[in-house]
Design a binder for this molecule. Sequence first.
Ligand SMILES: [Zn+2]
Length: 441
Amino acid sequence: MTKKRVDLVLQPDWIVPVCPRDQVLLDHVVVIEDGVIEAVCSSVQAQQQYDAEDWRVLPKMAVAPGLVNAHTHAAMTLMRGCADDLPLMTWLQEHIWPAEQKLVSLEFVTAGTELACVEMLRGGTTCFSDMYFFPDATAAVAQQLGLRAVVGLIVIDFPSAWARDADDYLRKGLALHNQMLDQPLITTALAPHAPYTVSDAPLERIRMIADEADIKVHMHVHETAGEVEQAKKASGERPLARLKRLGLLNDRLIAVHMTQLSDEEIELVAGHGVSIAHCPQSNLKLASGMCPVQRLLDSGANVAIGTDGAASNNDLDMLAEMQTAALLAKGVSGDASAVPAAVALEMATINGAKALGLDHLIGSVERGKAADLIAIDMSAIESQPMFNVVSQLVYACQRHQVRHAWVAGRQLVDNGVVAGVDMQRLKQQTRQWGSRVQACQ
Ligand SMILES: [Zn+2]
């Protein structure tokens, strides 16, 4: 029998496909051709059927889907640690917004996104969903480095260096959306910042455009109790009720944070197919509140995980975020069986993919999906003994154990080294921007 020629075969000790849940494959390989998973099959079968350009035996490694960061502000990595231990509004109004007013530019977003992408890749994140000014710069950096990204087309009522007013944000965002239509790794989402920063008229336009162009809407919603109270005081309406009135509660919406939810609201969002981007470390650090994740899951809602920006986290570490999500859910519900390890891993992979409308492409190791994969080294003493690889991944692994990462079959991280990035130059560039951020504090 002639063997089929393929680009790459990965032969680790364990494959964690994510779908179906709780499955771990031993003595199996992932066969990759033209950026796509051609087969997940036994090593014996692969040896009979395939001849690979590159056959990588990965001893003591686990191969899993690349992690999906469902909510971040990549460029804000340049503000990591510039203002800590403050509540959301003080942090935003007295530190972040003033610094952004002085510094945000194409160059700032380019430098910050590069820093973020390198950090994310080294920690096993192969796809991120972003919201920030100059989304054209975010898209350009992601393309250059080869990550998959859902670039948020930010809309906010107040002016910035990127746009004058809501119409201008939308016009520039849509121009970028059209430019990205033929880019295989970049998609876009409309990204109205939050109910308290975007008024009804632009939100109505956003709903119409999202329906017409069939794109997602990515928005911070019910982040703090203060936000909900203020809205109620001003208009008598809770923000979720307002979004419902404006027709935005549907399966396009990626609602970020969602720490303040009544029982009715949990049923409402689950019933309307809304996805939630849960950012546990940011919520804890800003003391914003805690998302009722297990109750949302029980109601049938899709819950993904995001790191939020590094200015409120202070890292872009999806393995740690997954662990925090699993632990916090138990604390919030008083139930140690809430968000078990396999569910936390789903939230960081396939649920993220679903939220972003990319679950046909990524989020699991399955035939026909894009080869967005990571290999994690389980040989370290910290990963011994090995009873359950999913438990190790969620509760004990650290991001430096991620050794390799591929997006659409292209290797972007090889033994911890990110392809095409001069780390000395990146560190120097980051130090220079750091001094400029410092000068604004
Ligand atoms: Zn955010």
